[in-house]
Write a protein that binds this ligand. Structure first.
Ligand code: GDP
Length: 304
């Protein structure tokens, strides 16, 4: 099973899916367009969340960082006058140092992630979407800013005029991602932000091309007219999509075989360009994530 993932909605689904499928049969292609260097080390928020999930370290109350982490370095830096852009825990920082030390020696992000996975005894195949640096830039009335400056620094408050995924046109799909896609038929586009988490992955032409002949099921992160959490609504609007599950379907276009929307969603199924199925998609417990994962596996059987 292959999943396209950001750092919150899809990892919630993976938490349930892992109860049904062994980790070694799961590949996760992870968004890296929100990555940022903090205090000299590369933070890859979505990759980190997925790695911590599979290694049993994730703080799944926040969906980022290591459970029970301390913030000694971050606090000491603050006393010295350095306010880091992101709250980075001490154990979390060790991950960033591990990754960045390898990359400073010339290792690619993919290989560094594979080494991190091995060191964390992860059996799933966790892959960054690409090795090149890609930056999600948010154009606001106050100027253009990195996604992290918009979402963490400015708390997502500025109006969004445009979203640009800088560097994506030069990014290439890696051999590892191509191999994973070549060896599995089923792809889940998890309930992640369609613009800043899934958008960059699908903007890689080879990935999008291959997905058009795979069995692809997407789960909407939007219920009714609002996302469950995060800035997806504002960003979809800026890209000209309606803020609804239909807007998510339009965002993904013809690569979808099926779309799961929430049972509370009032959208008209007849308006969708793809077959839609309703289910409870609010993953407030692991049991609910598992129930959604069971449903998705059933749907793949229906697709045949
Ligand atoms: P990010 O990288 O932290 O932005 O995380 P993702 O892109 O992976 O996930 C953010 C999206 O997950 C948001 O658009 C939310 O609406 C969606 N989301 C979070 N929890 C749930 C849930 O329980 N159910 C559904 N359907 N969507 C969810």
């Amino acid at each position: 099973m292959i999943l396209l993932s950001g750092g919150t909605g899809t990892p919630k689904l993976i938490q349930g899916l892992r109860r049904l499928i062994p980790d070694e049969k799961i590949t996760v292609i992870v968004n890296t367009a929100e990555d940022i260097v903090v205090s000299g080390n590369l933070v890859s928020p979505d990759l980190d969340t997925v790695l911590y999930l599979f290694s049993g370290q994730l703080d799944d109350t926040k969906w980022w960082g290591v459970r029970n982490d301390t913030f000694s370095t971050n606090e000491t830096l603050k006393k010295l006058g350095i306010n880091e852009k992101l709250m980075i825990g001490d154990a979390d920082r060790a991950t960033h140092i591990f990754r960045s030390e390898l990359m400073r020696k010339g290792t690619s992000l993919t290989k560094a992630t594979m080494q991190l996975s091995a060191a964390m005894r992860i059996r799933a195949n966790v892959l960054p979407m690409c090795d090149e640096k890609v930056d999600t830039m948010i154009k606001t009335p106050q100027g253009e800013m990195h996604f992290q400056d918009f979402w963490v620094g400015a708390k997502g408050e500025p109006d969004v005029l445009e979203v640009n995924i800088k560097g994506i046109e030069k990014a290439k799909t890696t051999r590892e991602v191509m191999e994973a896609l070549g060896s599995d038929d089923k792809v889940i586009i998890g309930p992640s932000n369609p613009i800043t988490s899934i958008g960059p992955i699908l903007a890689l032409k080879e990935i999008r091309g291959i997905l058009s002949w795979k069995k692809v099921i997407a789960i909407s992160p939007i219920i009714g007219d609002a996302p469950v959490s995060g800035p997806a609504g504002k960003l979809m609007k800026a890209r000209g999509f309606p803020v609804s599950s239909l807007g998510v379907a339009q965002c993904y276009g013809d690569i979808l075989d099926m779309m799961v929307i929430d049972e509370r969603d009032t959208a008209d199924e007849n308006e969708f360009p793809v077959k839609t199925v309703r289910f409870d998609t609010m993953m407030t417990t692991v049991e609910k994530s598992e129930a959604l994962a069971i449903k998705i596996l059933d749907l793949f059987r229906d697709i045949g």
